[in-house]
Design a protein around this ligand. Structure first.
Ligand SMILES: [Zn+2]
Length: 123
């Protein structure tokens, strides 16, 4: 029977895909909010070359920024902090992608699961 016409098979396919996503979730490491930006800055010393030459600006300096209670917070990071947090922020993006896929999948599964319940009640 065509899988599209068989809600039982379709739901089992959704469950399988969902299980794959939950397996991926369990492999995600530490997560961190916000983003890291690397910026070059001018120092303000009157005779420093950075005043006139953009290539002589200092940096890059890594800044972590995040929104907390609608306010953007920003903090200068050391290279070690930035390297580690970049990994953790990447993990968080991966997590968000998986959660978004789970939501999409659940939306599809909802109709099928509802259809199956109705059919069971009618029998
Ligand atoms: Zn300077």
């Amino acid at each position: 029977m065509d899988i599209a016409k068989n809600p039982g098979k379709r739901l089992r396919a959704y469950i399988k895909r969902h299980q794959k996503l939950t397996a991926k979730l369990s492999g995600i490491g530490f997560i961190w909010p916000g983003n890291i930006q690397r910026r070059y800055i001018t120092c303000g010393k009157p005779y420093c070359a950075c005043r006139k030459d953009p290539k002589a600006r200092h940096g890059p300096y890594a800044y972590w920024t995040s929104k907390e209670d609608k306010k953007t917070v920003s903090r200068l990071l050391s290279t070690e902090e930035a390297d580690l947090l970049e990994e953790w922020i990447e993990n968080r993006r991966g997590l968000e992608k998986i959660v978004s896929q789970m939501k999409d999948l659940s939306r599809k599964a909802f109709k099928t699961a509802l259809q199956l319940r109705k059919e069971e009640q009618e029998e």
